[in-house]
Structure formats: structure tokens, C-alpha cells
Design a protein around this ligand. Structure first.
Ligand code: SF4
Length: 424
């Protein structure tokens, strides 16, 4: 018997609520079950419970067996002194506070079917545990859940942005530059791009922003691509420039081996992405400030659409290997991905920190104006009948799959609640 099932039953008041009494036979009336606590300490805070003729306000702790109270050493922990009711499935022992006072206990009675259905649900080997039941859940109900999931996703991303911001001495432009660089790695080379951006401060690139050649020299040099075995004329000129600039600024390059090319399409090669990133720096000043001044989808797209790497990259994907002529601008899918995964979370985080509710809402509405992403997870949801209209929908469903379905957190999923209660 999982303790989380008892939490779920308590939280959604699925227990038999008539004729409740403590193990000592005193009548119990639940006025308020309290607020779920996901941090350390008792499971539910600020409950209101009438026991006998006394109304108590305090916390509720839930365990499968009463003796778990001692197993977890709550009897010696003052954080549990304000527990007013211990809710259990099996009352195998009386329990006490740190001063030895006995705490009332309630044996939770509930339909056994909830437990059985839950066990059945999480043992399913389908794409998601509720794959054969989700069609019964009304669409309107899922829409409400998507709002919560989307906000949760943006808040999770906010945590990593805040870490980066603190590393950047609260310099929003610098933090944005690093996170934007990360997005140019498109997953495979995101880590390498972050290392690259952190190895050369934005202030140094800013000094050379009017000279695309110098920007390329610094970025390719720092990335470790301007190695001694280069024979290509353009590469050699970049190296010579980098030798000078790296000495001037005391820069130390990363190791080339940190970049991955295997199984990448040539348009995604790190050389091309670095050249595009250099062109972005070349074309923009105080990029983040401009973005928050005008958080408009067409404007954002235009910032990335106009990027054109230097002429050399029109006929190369790597140094020294000629290819057919092609302008290596950033494709629409990539631009959307950068906006969805980097620009929107960054604006959301900034708006949250500065208390700008309007801007926060605008950041979310940007997702509603971007097309639905195409990937295996979105396809999986579509096969279950959950269609997506825009990036708002796809981001919410990605969150659901990764942080709920894959973790089998059906008991804290609103769809899971519906699925379990529809069957009881
Ligand atoms: S977490 Fe929710 S959507 Fe995912 S399988 Fe469980 S009940 Fe279904």
C-alpha cells in the first residue's frame, strides 16, 4: 500500500466522511483538510478538525502504519508538535509528541477500488499509463490542466535562468547572451555552446561587434576550432586574428572535442551555428532590452531571420571542405525553437522578477502565436486524441509527459484524478 494513495484520498476527500472517529472512539469532523505541503515537515498544514467538542487548527500527518511515526523519528522532532491528527491505514501503535502527549489517530476508510484502480493504472505498460482511458476525460478539463502545466514549465525554467543570472552578477544581458548561446546548440551542442559563451564575456564581443571577422575569430578560436592543422586560407586568417585577440584579452580556448558532429545534419554543424551566433552579435546591440521593449512575435522572428553568416559559410559547412553554395540563414523551425525554449522563458522570468504582470502574460501569449512543435511526444499525444494548435499546447503536453506520465505521478495529475474517480 503506497502512502501517496492515502495522501491522494485525503487531499481529494475520497474517504468515507460519515461517522468518523478516532481510534479512541471520539467523533471527528473534518472542517478543512489543510494545505498539501511538498517540503519537509507534516504532510498537510493548517487543517481544521473538530475532535469531540474541541475545534483544532494545526497540521495533519499521514502514514500507512501508525508505527511509521516512530520509524521516521517524528516523536523527537519538534516540527511535528503541531500535528493535530495522525491519519493512517493501520493503527498498530499509539503515537506521541516530543513531550509525550498522545496525538489522536484516525483510520482512513475509503473505497478499496481506488487503490486497485491506481495499482492497475501505474502497472500499465502503455505509452502513458492512462493511454486507454484518457479519451473519457472531457477536453475542457484537460485545457484547464494545460494552463497549470505551462506555468509550471516556465517556473522550472526560471530556476535555471536565476542561477545563471546570479553567476552573471545579475546582469540580464549577459545571462541572456549565455542562455541564447545555449539555444544555438539545439540540444546536441547546448552544453558546448554554454561553455563557449561563458569563456568569452559579452563585453569583449561588444568591443568587436562591428567587425564580423573579429567576432568569428574570437568565437571559433574560443570554441577550439582554429587548430594548428588548419590549412584553409580563411581559417588561417581567423587563427592569426584570434592569436592576437586571445593574447590581448587573456582568453583560453575550450577543447574542440567538446563539440559533437555525429548524426547532425550539416545545417546543424557547430561551425554553422557559431557563424550564425557571431552574425547575431554583429547585428544586435542590447538584444534583451530590445526584446522586452517589443515582445511581439513578428519582431522577434525578424531579429533571427535577418541573420546572415559571413560569405565563407555560404560554400562551407566546416573549415576547408567546400560545399554547394547556400545562404546559411536560420530556418523557421529553428527560430521558433529558440523563441519557445529561450526567449519566452527569459521574458517570463524577467517579468516575474520585476513584478511586470502584463509582460508575463505577453510572454505566454507568444507561445499561443507560435505553431505547435513537431516531435515524437506531440505525435504520441495526437494518437491519443489530444490535438495541439500551438506551442502553448505542445509545451504543456511536453511537461505532462516528462514530469508526470514518465514519473507515474498519476495521483497528482488532474487527468489521473479524473481517470480514477470516473471509475469509482
Ligand atoms: S500522469 Fe496523468 S496523463 Fe499521465 S498517465 Fe498519469 S493520469 Fe495519465
Amino acid at each position: 500500500m503506497k502512502e501517496s494513495v492515502l495522501h491522494y484520498i485525503w487531499q481529494y476527500k475520497l474517504f468515507a466522511s460519515h461517522l468518523l472517529q478516532t481510534t479512541e472512539g471520539e467523533p471527528v469532523e473534518i472542517i478543512d483538510i489543510g494545505k498539501l505541503n511538498t517540503d519537509a515537515g507534516p504532510d498537510f498544514f493548517n487543517a481544521k478538525i473538530k475532535i469531540g467538542s474541541t475545534l483544532w487548527a494545526g497540521n495533519v500527518e499521514i502514514h500507512t502504519k501508525a508505527s511509521d511515526w516512530y520509524r521516521h523519528h517524528h516523536n523527537t522532532d519538534t516540527a511535528y508538535n503541531n500535528v493535530i491528527l495522525h491519519v493512517v491505514k493501520y493503527a498498530d501503535q499509539k503515537i506521541t509528541r516530543t513531550d509525550g502527549e498522545i496525538i489522536p489517530q484516525l483510520i482512513l476508510q475509503y473505497p478499496e477500488r481506488i487503490e486497485t484502480e491506481y495499482e492497475k493504472l501505474i502497472s500499465e505498460k502503455l505509452w502513458i499509463p492512462c493511454a486507454d482511458k484518457i479519451k473519457k476525460v472531457p477536453t475542457i478539463f484537460i485545457s484547464g490542466w494545460k494552463n497549470v502545466l505551462l506555468t509550471e514549465r516556465l517556473e522550472q525554467k526560471m530556476d535555471s535562468i536565476m542561477r545563471l543570472l546570479s553567476e552573471s552578477n545579475k546582469h540580464w544581458e549577459e545571462a541572456f547572451y549565455i542562455i541564447l548561446a545555449r539555444s544555438f546548440g539545439f540540444g546536441t551542442n547546448s552544453q558546448a555552446f554554454e561553455i563557449l559563451a561563458k569563456s568569452v564575456p559579452l563585453s569583449i564581443l561588444g568591443k568587436h561587434k562591428n567587425d564580423l571577422f573579429q567576432l568569428e575569430a574570437v568565437l571559433f578560436g574560443q570554441a577550439g576550432f582554429l587548430t594548428a592543422d588548419l590549412e584553409d586560407d580563411y581559417g588561417l586568417r581567423l587563427r592569426s586574428e584570434y592569436d592576437f585577440l586571445s593574447k590581448k584579452y587573456g582568453l583560453v580556448s575550450m577543447n574542440k572535442s567538446q563539440w559533437k558532429l555525429l548524426r547532425l545534419r550539416p545545417d546543424n554543424f557547430p561551425h554553422i551555428r557559431i557563424a550564425q551566433f557571431a552574425a547575431l552579435i554583429h547585428n544586435s546591440t542590447k538584444l534583451f532590452s530590445k526584446i522586452i521593449e517589443q515582445p511581439d512575435i513578428e519582431y522577434l522572428r525578424s531579429l533571427f531571420k535577418k541573420i546572415r553568416p559571413s560569405g565563407y559559410w555560404e560554400s562551407h559547412y566546416t573549415f576547408g571542405n567546400k560545399s554547394v553554395q547556400k545562404v546559411k540563414s536560420i530556418g523557421e523551425v529553428s527560430i521558433n525553437s529558440i523563441i519557445i525554449n529561450t526567449v519566452v522563458p527569459f521574458i517570463f522570468c524577467y517579468a516575474h522578477q520585476k513584478g511586470k504582470q502584463d509582460l508575463k502574460e505577453k510572454s505566454i501569449s507568444l507561445l499561443e502565436n507560435l505553431p505547435a512543435e513537431k516531435n515524437a511526444i506531440v505525435k504520441g499525444w495526437s494518437q491519443l486524441g489530444l490535438e495541439t494548435e500551438n506551442a502553448y499546447d505542445t509545451q504543456a503536453l511536453l511537461q505532462l509527459k516528462k514530469f508526470y506520465c514518465d514519473e507515474k505521478k498519476c495521483l497528482i495529475c488532474r487527468i489521473g484524478h479524473k481517470v480514477l474517480t470516473l471509475q469509482t
